[in-house]
Design a protein around this ligand. Structure first.
Ligand code: PRP
Length: 227
């Protein structure tokens, strides 16, 4: 029996499909169909023993946790926010960005020491973990669903916890990175039961993807790493 793979729709989708195609884990015809802007969500890849479905990024860990997918590919941000008990087996080295606290420069001092700041974010779990566990600061967290940079500008919150990639959105809105929380990138995750029951097929897929990453220089070869 093959493996079912959940892939995140959105900004990681094309790079994920390209990597799977280069790794020989999805056949060229299927890659083409999946890359089209069709509304189709489920795909079987001839001859690879893999079937794929596309889900909203934050739902990928949910599908994998329940075993509806054996394997998932999504951003580290959604894995941290989902808080599910999955095996994270491979850093795919694309979708590289950072989770940060951002806001106006004037807020920097209050952020360092003060309590009772209001924090707007799409990532309440990551924000709470950062402020209460790592910084031992009491804050109020406001969950938003997008365009989080608006919150300090409009006066809804003092700072935001959000993803920064190029930094253009912050710069264009007069905001700065005030504190770094964690680096992020796309990751491959595996369901805990599948890791045991489908071990050899999962290991084969990890090797295929790793080899594709090595051949494009994203990853050092095993031999180089040992030096
Ligand atoms: C993300 C993030 C920032 C922006 C950062 O938003 O929340 O707003 O990208 O990218 P940059 O540093 O390259 O400017 P996304 O585009 O996913 O949409 P959203 O604002 O609706 O969440």
């Amino acid at each position: 029996m093959g493996l079912t793979v959940a892939l995140a729709k959105g900004r990681l989708a094309d790079k994920t499909l390209d990597l799977f195609a280069r790794a020989g884990a999805v056949c060229p015809e299927t890659r083409e169909i999946m890359g089209e802007t069709s509304r189709r969500l489920v795909f079987a890849s001839e001859g690879t023993g893999l079937s794929f479905f596309m889900a909203k990024a934050p739902d990928v860990p949910t599908y994998v946790d329940y075993g509806a997918a054996d394997v998932g590919v999504t951003g580290k941000d959604t894995l941290l926010e989902g808080g599910r008990n999955l095996y994270e087996v491979l850093d795919l080295k694309f979708g590289v960005c950072r989770m940060v606290v951002a806001g106006y420069e004037e807020t920097r001092d209050r952020l360092r020491h003060g309590n009772n700041l209001r924090v707007a974010t799409k990532y309440p779990r990551i924000a709470l973990d950062y402020f209460s566990r790592r910084k031992q600061q009491t804050v109020e967290i406001v969950k938003l669903n997008g365009s989080v940079e608006l919150a300090p500008i409009i006066g809804l919150a003092d700072v935001i916890v959000d993803i920064v990639e190029s930094g253009v959105t912050l710069a264009e809105n007069g905001l700065s990175v005030l504190e770094e929380i964690t680096p992020l990138s796309a990751r491959m995750v595996v369901n805990r039961a599948s890791m045991k029951t489908r071990r050899s097929r999962v290991a084969e897929l990890i090797t295929q993807l790793k080899n594709a990453l090595v051949s494009e220089g994203a990853f050092p070869k095993e031999a180089d790493r040992e030096r």
